[in-house]
Ligand binder design. Sequence first.
Ligand SMILES: Nc1ncnc2c1ncn2[C@@H]1O[C@H](COP(=O)(O)OP(=O)(O)O)[C@@H](O)[C@H]1O
Ligand SMILES: [Mg+2]
Length: 281
Amino acid sequence: MEALKEMDALKEVDANDTYENDLPADVALDCKAEKIYYSDFLAVRDSHVPIKKNQITGFIGPSGCGKSTVLKSINRMNDLIRGFRFVGNIHFHGIDIYDSNIDPVSVRRNIGMVFQQPNPFSMSIFENVAFGLRLNRYKGNMQEKVEKALRSAALWKEVKDKLKNNGLSLSGGQQQRLCIARAIATEPRVILMDEPCSALDPIATRQIEELMVELKKQFTVAIVTHNMQQAMRVADQTAFFGVDISKGGRTGYLVEMGPTKELFENPQEQLTKEYLQGEFS
Ligand SMILES: Nc1ncnc2c1ncn2[C@@H]1O[C@H](COP(=O)(O)OP(=O)(O)O)[C@@H](O)[C@H]1O
Ligand SMILES: [Mg+2]
């Protein structure tokens, strides 16, 4: 129970406070996925992905290599899937989020998530943003909090006069920014985004990319993207995953990871080289 209390206490602690753990100071969250299963299917193996503080970490790689599986494991989103099993640990502010006494709900409060398809609730713009705060029984000034989140999500100017309108009445790009506002309203430490732009047009995509770069000042961000140019534009660190078919299965694994520029310009692994050549030729 101690660890769970600590998880909740995270909210009150200044981001600069140091926690007793063995992580390098610039790492917000250290994901060591030894094995990830869906029932008896080994979806991912041997993937150690350190996520750096106030940076954007991009996950790239071919379809089915486990990018989403790893990303969703980080806030225990996959717990909701029957047969899902994570072997390894994820260190976050001195705790292992897979520790048996950690409440996944408190994990998700600290590590928010934005999905591929914008998914506002069928309720007002205001209530969409207030949703998580109400869930957490927030007692302060709701108006202020909602405005702050909408400003941070670069949506305030567009919606300030129609906060009572349904969130679903917004355009796709606005809906995605509303989902980002909803995710950041409760002030998580980390925001995970799974292909957040793949349902959006190029202009809305650029807006979200600019927003991500703005958000990393306040938050730590990890995104899955199938768009290499996007990874190059926004990611500070890039993790490249591949698929191992050698044992008859299809198991994803981390091939290599590093600063984005280095990974793209001077990949260490042959597989990465071939993948990047394929993407850019
Ligand atoms: N809920 C699930 N149940 C069973 N297998 C799944 C489930 N989700 C994903 N998988 C499988 O796990 C592997 C990795 O999938 P995923 O993480 O979605 O890859 P990516 O995001 O890189 O495309 C794939 O083989 C996929 O079919
Ligand atoms: Mg995916």
